[in-house]
Write a protein that binds this ligand. Structure first.
Ligand SMILES: [Mg+2]
Length: 292
C-alpha cells in the first residue's frame, strides 16, 4: 500500500483546498494507508515541504490546491522517487484535469488510493520545472494583471476584465522563435509550450498535446487585429483556436525564444520574467498519479 503526503495550500481557491481537509482525513483514516496532512504557510513553502516528504520516503505527494500549488510541489519533487498527484483545490486546476482526477473530493480520494502511477514528460525553462503548459506574450500579460489583483472582480470575471484591459494597452513583442531548425523573427500574439493541453483554467491552447511523447506541443499564434482577437479568442476553451490560419502548431523537443525586451512568462500560476527563454524536455521525467 502506498503512503501519501498532502500539501494543503489554505488560500488556494479562496479556501477551497482547506475546506476539503476533513473529507481527506475521513477517507484516509479508515483506508489503512499511511498519510500525513501539512498546511503551507506562504509562497515557496510547498517546494520545501514536498522535498522533505520525498526525503522521508512518502510514495505520493498530493498538491491540495490549484495549479500554482502543483508547480511548487513539482519543483520540490524533481529528482526524487515520489510521485506527484493533485486535487481540484484551486481556481485553475488544469493539471488535475490532465491527470483525470475526479472533481468530487470523495471520488478523488478513492482515485488516489487506487490510481495508477506512470511517468510523463517534464519541462524546464529559466531554471524552473513545469508539468503542464506555459505561455509567453499576450496571455502572460493577462495572467500578470490577474495575479497583481483586479479590483472589483473575482474568478472568471477578473480574467475577462484583465483580458480587455490588457488588450487596450498591450504592445506586441518582437521575438526570435527557434523550434530546432533555426530562428525565425516574428511578432506573435503569444507562444504557448505544452506538455498538457490546457492552461489558465481550461484554455485548451495545444489541444492535441500528448503528455508522454517526449515532445512539446507548441502554438505560435500570429498577430491579428484586436477586434478579431476578441471574436476568436473564446474558441480556445473548446480547443478550436488551432483551426485559425494564425495558429501555427508544432511538435518539438526544444524551444528557444529571444524576446526584444524582458517580458512575463506564465507557468502554472507562477509568473517569471525574462528575455531569453530556453525550453527543454526530459522525456518521462516525472512520475504522476492518474485518477483513472
Ligand atoms: Mg507531448
Amino acid at each position: 500500500m502506498k503512503s501519501y503526503f498532502f500539501i494543503v495550500n489554505p488560500v488556494a481557491g479562496g479556501g477551497k483546498a482547506k475546506s476539503q481537509v476533513h473529507r481527506i482525513e475521513e477517507n484516509f483514516r479508515n483506508s489503512g494507508a499511511e498519510y500525513r496532512v501539512y498546511q503551507t504557510t506562504g509562497p515557496r513553502d510547498a517546494i520545501e515541504a514536498a522535498a522533505r516528504a520525498a526525503e522521508e520516503g512518502f510514495d505520493v505527494v498530493v498538491a491540495a490546491g490549484g495549479d500554482g500549488t502543483v508547480n511548487e510541489v513539482l519543483n520540490g519533487l524533481v529528482g526524487s522517487k515520489a510521485a506527484l498527484a493533485s486535487l481540484h483545490g484551486g481556481k485553475g486546476n488544469d493539471f488535475a484535469t490532465a491527470v483525470c482526477m475526479p472533481r468530487d473530493i470523495d471520488q478523488a480520494c478513492r482515485a488516489l488510493l487506487e490510481g495508477e502511477i506512470r511517468p510523463i514528460d517534464l519541462g524546464k525553462v529559466m531554471d524552473r520545472y513545469f508539468i503542464n503548459s506555459v505561455g509567453v506574450g499576450f496571455d502572460a500579460a493577462v495572467a500578470l494583471r490577474v495575479n497583481r489583483g483586479v479590483r472589483l472582480f473575482k474568478g472568471v470575471s477578473a480574467y475577462i476584465y484583465a483580458f480587455f484591459e490588457t488588450l487596450l494597452s498591450y504592445k506586441w513583442i518582437e521575438m526570435e522563435v527557434d523550434l530546432g531548425s533555426g530562428p525565425i523573427s516574428t511578432t506573435p500574439v503569444l507562444v504557448a509550450v505544452g506538455i498538457g493541453q490546457a492552461y489558465g483554467g481550461g484554455m485548451r491552447i495545444v489541444p492535441d498535446a500528448i503528455q508522454d511523447d517526449g515532445l512539446f506541443d507548441v502554438c505560435v499564434f500570429e498577430t491579428m487585429p484586436r477586434l478579431a482577437l476578441i471574436y476568436h479568442f473564446p474558441k480556445v476553451f473548446g480547443g478550436r483556436l488551432k483551426h485559425l490560419e494564425q495558429a501555427k502548431m508544432f511538435r518539438t523537443s526544444e524551444v528557444k525564444l529571444h524576446l526584444s525586451a524582458v517580458r512575463p512568462l506564465h507557468m502554472e500560476g507562477e509568473i517569471l520574467f525574462g528575455d531569453r527563454m530556453h525550453f527543454t524536455i526530459e522525456p518521462k521525467g516525472m512520475r504522476v498519479l492518474f485518477g483513472s
